[in-house]
Write a protein that binds this ligand. Structure first.
Ligand code: UN1
Length: 493
């Protein structure tokens, strides 16, 4: 079998991992299709990359931000030319359907345009000094070398959410892409280089979280870590980084609810639930994994939802007629299967799906049937733990207040949605739902890049991507300029 071999990017050079080892990137729709061999790196590769990033920082921090922005504008343009090619590469390595991988590349394009605009803002503050003839201001400055650890479910969008704001602010980067989807990061970074990014400003080190991720987090030369992934791993990242007083931005799990009230437009709520639960095969941190139904509409909604779920076309995402692609790998498949068993043991009822598809055209892929469980109660594990697969739970409630209580009763707080025609309830929900993102009459997925992205409770640690990323990737310097020509003592004169 022949397939391309990819290397790390260190100081502008493509180098194999020092160990010489590689990890195969497999197509989840057909595990016999090898996309390429990617480096399996360790701490010594991370050392080289951090060294290169440090060296590049000396010059990159001095490039005027509007000039840095020009590289991002060119990147946006080049990405738009290569959108189809990169979307196809992404479907092949990640599995989600083409309309969605086109959206993923588009999200990186949006992010490039949005962040490039910051090149002419990066606003700080001026404020009066308490002393005469003295000027006071605060300016944003870069952190230095930052470490970026990205997941497989948005293989280009999420790297762009981290790389572009880090770069516009003047930082240099070492990125560790997910081992399941490194090709899209390579495509993105190659585009940045084609757009004029100098060598060493972005470095790629491929490999496992336990080898490369941990080395990045602990490296004394890395000034901050931005991580997207599971809450379990995020907790490890935060604890290890704390030892070095390193700022960490964590974007983690969700157990997102869509609430449907009796007065909702039911057709709209059904469209939203289907897209929210089974889009990206349920593998979004924003995916709808609980649908809370008010009693009067529950039966009709359930029946129509199951009917439509059964009709979803499952298959290879490169086929334009397919609606639901495979899961990313056999582990995720097992997790979905395990949670169905757990749910049934706890008393949930399986309405459709529930199994991995292993025969015929599905035989070589990691497919799981879109799955609907009902008679789920808010305390069951299936109602509280993240599955990250095409498995959704239906939970019934009587009153609006109960719905809010159930929606909030979990450890996560990323995204939540309410379907109603009652404006008073809509605004009450916006106020009371514990989540970083709230939707009215729209599904739990579909955040836009220029709003804050992130969540509360176990979903995050207070930072935001999108509109908020610059606050993470810069630090403040307070500056006082005394033009009185004499010693002036604050708090004393
Ligand atoms: C994620 O699942 O980690 O809001 C990101 C959305 C997408 C981003 C999801 N724009 O669903």
């Amino acid at each position: 079998m022949s397939y391309p071999v990819f290397h790390n990017l260190i100081g502008g050079q493509w180098l194999p991992a020092i160990s010489g080892k590689t990890i195969l990137n497999l197509n989840p729709a057909d595990q016999s299709d090898v996309i390429g061999a990617f480096p399996s790196s360790h701490a010594e590769d991370v050392d080289l990359a951090v060294e290169a990033a440090k060296k590049a920082f000396a010059e990159w921090r001095l490039v005027p931000a509007p000039k840095r922005a020009e590289i991002l504008y060119r990147t946006a343009y080049l990405l738009s030319i290569k959108k189809e090619e990169f979307a196809r590469d992404m479907t092949r390595e990640m599995g989600k359907v083409l309309v969605e991988t086109r959206g993923d590349v588009q999200e990186a394009i949006d992010e490039a345009f949005y962040v490039a605009g910051e090149g002419r803002r990066l606003l700080g503050q001026t404020t009066p000094s308490e002393l005469p003839n003295k000027f006071a201001m605060s300016i944003r400055v870069p952190l230095g070398v930052v470490g970026l650890i990205t997941p497989w479910n948005f293989p280009m969008a999420i790297p762009s959410w981290k790389l572009f704001p880090a770069l516009i602010a003047g930082n240099t980067c070492v990125i560790k892409p997910a081992t399941d989807t490194p090709l899209s990061t390579h495509n993105l970074v190659k585009t940045l280089i084609e757009a004029g990014l100098p060598p060493g400003v972005v470095n790629i080190v491929g490999g496992s979280g336990s080898a490369v991720g941990a080395a990045l987090v602990e490296h004394p030369g890395v000034r901050a870590i931005s991580f997207t992934g599971s809450s379990a791993v995020g907790s490890q990242v935060a604890q290890r980084a704390a030892a070095g007083f390193k700022p960490v931005s964590l974007e983690m799990g969700g157990k997102n609810a869509q609430i449907v009230m009796n007065d909702a437009n039911l057709d709209l709520a059904l469209d939203g639930a289907l897209w929210g639960a089974f889009g990206t095969t349920g593998q979004r941190c924003t995916a709808t994994s609980r649908i809370l139904l008010q009693k009067e509409i529950a039966a009709e909604f359930t029946q129509r939802f199951v009917e439509r779920t059964k009709k979803l076309k499952i298959g290879n995402g490169l086929d334009e007629t397919v609606e639901v692609g495979p899961q990313i790998n056999p582990n995720q498949l097992e997790t979905s299967a395990k949670y169905v068993v757990v749910a049934l043991e706890e008393g949930a009822r399986l309405l459709t799906g529930g199994r991995a598809l292993t025969s015929g055209e599905y035989g070589d892929g990691t497919y799981f049937e879109p799955t609907v469980l009902d008679q789920v109660t808010p305390t069951m594990r299936i109602a509280r733990e993240e599955v990250f697969g095409p498995v959704v739970s239906l939970i019934q409630f009587d009153t609006f207040n109960q719905a809010i209580e159930i929606a909030n009763s979990i450890d996560y707080g990323l995204s939540v949605s309410l379907y109603t025609r009652d404006v008073n309830r809509a605004f009450t929900a916006i106020r009371d739902l514990e989540a970083g993102i709230a939707y009215i009459n729209a599904p739990t997925i579909g955040a836009e890049v220029h709003l804050p992205f992130g969540g509360v409770k176990h979903t995050g640690n207070g930072h935001r991507e999108g509109n908020g990323a610059l606050d993470f990737f810069t630090t403040w310097k307070a500056v006082y300029v005394d033009y009185s020509d004499k010693l002036q003592r604050a708090q004393i004169d």
